[in-house]
Design a protein around this ligand. Structure first.
Ligand SMILES: [Fe+2]
Length: 199
């Protein structure tokens, strides 16, 4: 890939000139903008899962390493479905890295090589944010487009299941999470370390 000083990938896409029958252009624009954020969030999630897959270490390495790829294998088709819904609605999906970084409202996942449970503590925070926003998107399209809503609901069911797979590793006998109260990925990592010291 050649190096370019400026990238056009972060520009806002043009307003739709057409959309599906029965939806007003202004509503299509709202749907496209909302779906673009979900495209960015799920692309970021898939890349974050691969980052963990590559950087996880320790006694639970293989369990966590192999748990994450099937999640990526389901999330990438979700990104594709969202992008194709944007195009179907008359929009211009953008999955380029520059656009992703310019659009997102959060920072990169901030844990590198680390113990499996520390990563899962941080990943719990990631799923917390992504799934909360996906659920908000489901609510936001309620009066705009039930077809888009149906797609998002189906995705959310799987994303919430994956979140449970992560949390299952963090659950204590009393049903609480060992990372309870953590607000950031690094904070969750610290809580896991503290819990391990106490054990
Ligand atoms: Fe791999």
């Amino acid at each position: 890939m050649t190096t370019r000083k400026r990238s056009s990938s972060s520009r806002r896409s043009a307003a739709p000139r057409f959309t599906v029958p029965g939806i007003a252009i202004k509503d299509a624009q709202k749907l496209i903008d909302l779906l673009q954020m979900r495209l960015v969030a799920l692309t970021d999630l898939a890349m974050t899962l691969k980052h963990i897959h590559w950087n996880v270490i320790g006694p639970n390495f293989i369990a966590v390493h192999t748990m994450l790829d099937p999640q990526v294998d389901e999330i990438l088709p979700m990104v594709d479905a969202i992008a194709e819904r944007i195009a179907t609605l008359g929009g211009e999906p953008n999955g380029l890295p520059g656009g992703l970084v310019a659009t997102r409202t959060w920072d990169d996942y901030d844990v590198g090589r680390a113990n499996a449970i520390e990563h899962l503590g941080a990943l719990d925070m990631v799923y917390q944010g992504v799934n909360e926003d996906h659920r908000a998107a489901v609510d936001a399209v309620e009066d705009l487009d039930l077809v888009t809503q149906d797609m998002l609901i189906g995705q959310l069911e799987r994303l919430e299941l994956f979140h449970w797979f992560v949390r299952g590793h963090l659950e204590s006998m009393d049903g609480s999470l060992i990372t309870e109260g953590a607000k950031t990925e690094a904070g969750a990592q610290r809580k896991v370390r503290q819990a391990r010291k106490k054990a």
